[in-house]
Design a protein around this ligand. Structure first.
Ligand code: ATP
Ligand code: MG
Ligand code: MG
Ligand code: MG
Length: 487
C-alpha cells in the first residue's frame, strides 16, 4: 500500500467512527510563547484540554506535521543515525474531547483501544503476533497511582497476555506540563524482525530499548487527571483521549521494509540525492547517515519555509538554519557536495507530498530560492571553517576543545555550536560549551557598549549621496540592515 493510501485509510477509518477530519495545524507556532514548533498532534487542541475553550467537534482526527528538534522532545541527535526518528514527521491522531454536559459525544479507553487494534490488525492487516501493548504499572511516588486496571482489562480481552507489558511513568504516564491535564497511556509497539531473530530473543525484552526493528508506533493517552499547582492530582470533570501514531513508522511496517527511509515517503528523495551526488545509498554507513540526514532535513526545512518561517539568526529561524547547515555539512563531508544541491530536492518533495500538503506546491519556488541562497552562503565559509577545526583538533593535547575556539567558528564561519560539537564528536572530541557561552556573552556586551559609543558613526539610512556605503550589518541575518558611514 502506498503511503498516500495509508494516510487516507487512517482518516477514512475515523471518519466512519464519527470523527471530524481537520487539517494539520502549522508546524511553526506563532502565538504560543511556550512552544516554537508543533511537536505532537495534541498541541492545536491544548486549549480544549485545559478547558479554556469549547471544541466545535468532540471527535476529531488528522495528520499533524510535527518537528522534534528542541525542548522536551529533541530527536535531532538520533536523526540519520537511526532509521525511525525524524526531525519532521507526520503524527496521525484521533481525539475525543469529553464534555460532562453531554457524556454521549465523547469516548474513552474502551473505544480508543478497540479502534486502534481494529485499525492495525483489520484495516492494516498487521500480524497480531508482531504487536506488543504497554499499560501503566502505577507509581510509588507522591502520586501513589495504581496500575491502569481499566486499560489492562480492555487489552486482555483482545491481546494475548504475554504481549501486554507494563511501563513506568516515563513511558506510560503523559503530562502536558508541571500543571494541567495528564493521565496514563498505552503504547503499541511492533516487532518487524525476521522469524529467525524472533526465535533468539523475545520481542517483549526489546520494547522501549531503542531497537530499530522493535519500535513504538502508536501512543494512546487517556487524560483523566488534572495536576494542580501544588502538585496533587484530581479527577478531571471530563475525560479525553489523545492518540498519536508515527505515520512514517506505520508505512515502514505496512510496506514490509526495515527502515522509514525505505518507504515511499523517502525513497524518491533518496533516489534524487543519489543522482545529484553520484552516490549510492546502502553501501557505506557514513554515506548512508549523510543521505538519511539530508532526506530528513530537507523536509523539516521545506515545511518550515512553507509555513512562513525563514532561516534566520534568532529563535525559530535559527533552529531552521541550524538544521539546514547540519545537512549541508553532511553533504560536504560525506557526499563531496561543494555546490548548492539541496534546493533541487524540493521538486521531488513537493511532488510526493504536495497532494496532502498543498503549501509545499504553492511555495515551491520560494523554498527553492531560500534553500539555495542558504546553501550558497554557508558553502562559502564551510571549507575554511573545517580547515580551522582541523587545526584546532591537531593542536589540541587533551580531548576537550576550548569553547572560545568554537565561538570563532560560529562568529566567523557561521558554524552553529551544535554542528561544531557534532563534528568534534565524530572525531572523539568533546566541546567546552561553557567557554562558548562566555565568549558569546562577552561579544554581546562588547557590541552593546560599542554601539553606545559609536552611535554617531553608524546610522541606518538609505541611498544618501552624502554617505558612503560600507556594507551590510550582518551577512548572517536574513534582514539586512544597510549601514552607511557619514562622509
Ligand atoms: P519514541 O519513544 O520512539 O521516541 P515517543 O514516545 O517519544 O517515541 P510520542 O510522544 O508517544 O513518541 O509520539 C507518538 C508517536 O509518534 C510515537 O509512537 C511514534 O510512532 C511517533 N514519533 C515520535 N517521535 C518521532 C520521531 N522523531 N520521528 C518519527 N516518528 C516519531
Ligand atoms: Mg521520543
Ligand atoms: Mg516512547
Ligand atoms: Mg510514546
Amino acid at each position: 500500500m502506498k503511503s498516500q493510501e495509508i494516510r487516507a485509510k487512517f482518516l477514512e477509518f475515523f471518519k466512519e467512527k464519527s470523527h471530524k477530519i481537520v487539517p494539520s495545524a502549522p508546524m511553526v507556532i506563532k502565538d504560543d510563547p511556550t512552544l516554537m514548533f508543533t511537536n505532537a498532534g495534541m498541541n492545536q487542541f491544548k486549549e480544549f484540554f485545559l478547558g479554556n475553550s469549547v471544541p466545535k467537534y468532540n471527535r476529531v482526527a488528522d495528520t499533524q506535521k510535527c518537528l522534534r528538534v528542541s525542548g522536551k522532545h529533541n530527536d535531532l541527535e538520533e536523526v540519520g543515525k537511526d532509521t525511525y526518528h525524524h526531525t519532521m514527521f507526520e503524527m496521525l491522531g484521533n481525539w475525543s474531547f469529553g464534555d460532562p454536559a453531554r457524556p454521549a459525544v465523547g469516548y474513552f479507553k474502551a473505544e480508543a483501544i478497540a479502534w486502534a487494534w481494529e485499525f492495525l490488525t483489520e484495516v492494516c492487516k498487521i500480524d497480531k503476533d508482531s504487536l506488543y501493548v504497554t499499560v501503566f504499572e502505577g507509581s510509588k511516588d507522591a502520586d501513589q497511582l495504581g496500575q491502569d486496571k481499566e486499560a489492562l482489562e480492555l487489552w486482555s480481552k483482545i491481546v494475548a497476555k504475554d504481549r501486554i507489558l507494563f511501563g513506568n511513568k516515563k513511558d506510560n504516564f503523559w503530562e502536558m506540563g508541571d500543571q494541567g491535564p495528564c493521565g496514563p497511556c498505552s503504547e503499541i509497539h511492533v516487532d518487524i524482525r525476521s522469524a529467525e531473530e524472533k526465535a533468539k530473543v523475545s520481542g517483549a525484552a526489546l520494547v522501549n530499548q531503542d531497537h530499530p526493528q522493535v519500535v513504538e508506533i502508536w501512543n494512546l493517552v487517556f487524560m483523566q487527571y488534572n495536576r494542580k499547582a501544588n502538585g496533587q492530582l484530581e479527577a478531571l470533570p471530563s475525560r479525553h483521549v489523545d492518540t498519536g501514531m508515527g505515520f512514517e513508522r506505520l508505512c515502514m511496517v505496512m510496506q514490509g521494509v526495515q527502515s522509514n527511509y525505505d518507504t515511499d515517503v523517502f525513497t524518491p528523495i533518496i533516489r534524487e540525492i543519489e543522482t545529484i551526488t553520484n552516490t549510492k545509498y546502502g553501501k557505506d554507513e557514513d554515506i548512508n547517515i549523510a543521505i538519511r540526514v539530508i532526506a530528513d532535513h530537507i523536509r523539516a526545512v521545506s515545511f518550515s519555509i512553507a509555513d512562513g518561517q525563514l532561516p534566520s539568526n534568532t529563535g525559530a529561524g535559527y533552529v531552521i538554519r541550524r538544521i539546514l547547515r547540519r545537512a549541508i555539512r553532511y553533504g560536504f563531508t560525506f557526499l563531496n557536495t561543494k555546490e548548492p544541491f539541496m534546493f533541487q530536492l524540493v521538486k521531488v518533495l513537493s511532488e510526493t507530498m504536495g497532494k496532502s500538503f498543498p503549501e509545499l506546491k504553492d511555495q515551491r519556488q520560494l523554498i527553492e530560492n531560500v534553500v539555495k541562497e542558504e546553501e550558497h552562503s554557508f558553502l562559502k565559509t564551510l571549507d575554511q571553517g573545517l580547515l580551522l577545526l582541523d587545526n584546532i583538533v591537531a593542536e589540541n593535547k587533551d580531548k576537550k576543545i576550548d569553547g572560545r575556539k568554537a565561538f570563532e567558528l560560529y562568529d566567523t564561519f557561521g558554524f552553529p555550536i551544535d554542528l561544531t560539537a557534532l563534528i568534534l564528536s565524530e572525531r572523539g572530541y568533546e566541546l567546552d560549551e561553557k567557554g562558548f557561552e562566555t565568549a558569546m556573552k562577552e561579544q554581546k556586551d562588547r557590541s552593546r557598549s560599542a554601539s553606545e559609543v559609536s552611535k554617531e558613526d553608524w546610522i541606518v539610512l538609505a541611498e544618501d549621496p552624502q554617505q558612503e556605503f560600507v556594507g551590510y550589518d550582518n551577512l548572517e541575518t536574513s534582514v539586512k540592515i544597510v549601514k552607511y558611514r557619514k562622509v
